[in-house]
Design a protein around this ligand. Structure first.
Ligand SMILES: Nc1ncnc2c1ncn2[C@@H]1O[C@H](COP(=O)(O)OP(=O)(O)O)[C@@H](O)[C@H]1O
Ligand SMILES: [Mg+2]
Length: 226
């Protein structure tokens, strides 16, 4: 199993108040699976995604990544997983505002210490893959929302991760731009990537193999999925 969470809990402490955002989640994903996570606002979707992507660690329970317990990994090992194995895509794109598309996509390659010639080749290749070969020098202010999200996807793909995590990637887009993003995820799936996508977008959810619904920090096994 690629991703295997067992009874994962996550508590946040704010002042003297403890809040349990995840209350014992069992979640698995096989290599190459395309999974949607749905659920009302505040149900713990982003918290779960952050844990799957090793941006955060559980406060209880266990997370095995390819059989390796994440809670025994050093911060360097976790940083390496975030940089090389996982590509993140967020609702608000999270691009550097003063950098060009090229420079934004180059960032994870700089962290991975890829040399200049390989960086140029990889950045051009992934931006072409998302249809932005002619926008290399555009800054976010010179792009549409859909182009910004495609740049963010190119950035997520730069280090050729095998796991793609997306948190409401079409949430800020009109339906046409959203549709282009949906197509790119379909292509990534064809390439054998494991894709886990938080979404309210029925058009995405219905293309996935499996829908996991969260409710109040738990997997909801009852009722209508969408
Ligand atoms: N850093 C944090 N500190 C305190 N509470 C948090 C933090 N992040 C999220 N929460 C709380 O945890 C719950 C789940 O949040 P989140 O995972 O973002 O839900 P969703 O993505 O499903 O909307 C919410 O009630 C939220 O207020
Ligand atoms: Mg969220």
């Amino acid at each position: 199993m690629l991703i295997d969470l067992k009874r994962v809990e996550k508590s946040y402490v704010t002042g003297s108040v403890e809040f349990k955002a995840l209350k014992g989640i069992d979640f698995q994903a096989r290599k190459g699976e395309y999974v949607a996570i749905v659920g009302p606002s505040g149900s713990g979707k982003s918290t779960l995604m952050n844990i799957i992507g090793c941006l955060d660690v559980p406060t209880a329970g266990e997370y095995l990544l390819e059989g390796n317990p994440v809670n025994t990994m050093t911060s360097n090992q976790l940083a390496d997983i975030r940089n090389r194995r996982v590509g993140f895509v967020f609702q608000a794109f999270n691009l550097l505002p003063y950098a060009t598309a090229f420079e934004n996509v180059e960032v994870p390659l700089l962290f991975a210490r890829v040399n200049g010639r390989d960086r140029r080749r990889r950045v051009t290749e992934v931006l072409s893959r998302v249809g932005l070969a002619d926008k290399l020098n555009n800054k976010p202010t010179e792009m549409s929302g859909g182009e910004m999200q495609r740049t963010a996807i190119a950035r997520a793909l730069a280090n050729e991760p095998d796991i793609i995590l997306a948190d409401e990637p079409t949430g800020n887009l009109d339906s046409k731009s959203g549709g282009e993003i949906v197509k790119i995820f379909d292509e990534l799936r064809e390439l054998g990537k494991t894709i886990i996508i938080i979404t309210h977008d029925v058009n995405i959810a219905k293309r996935t193999e499996r829908i996991v619904k969260l409710k109040d920090g738990l997997v909801d096994t009852n009722g209508n999925m969408l």
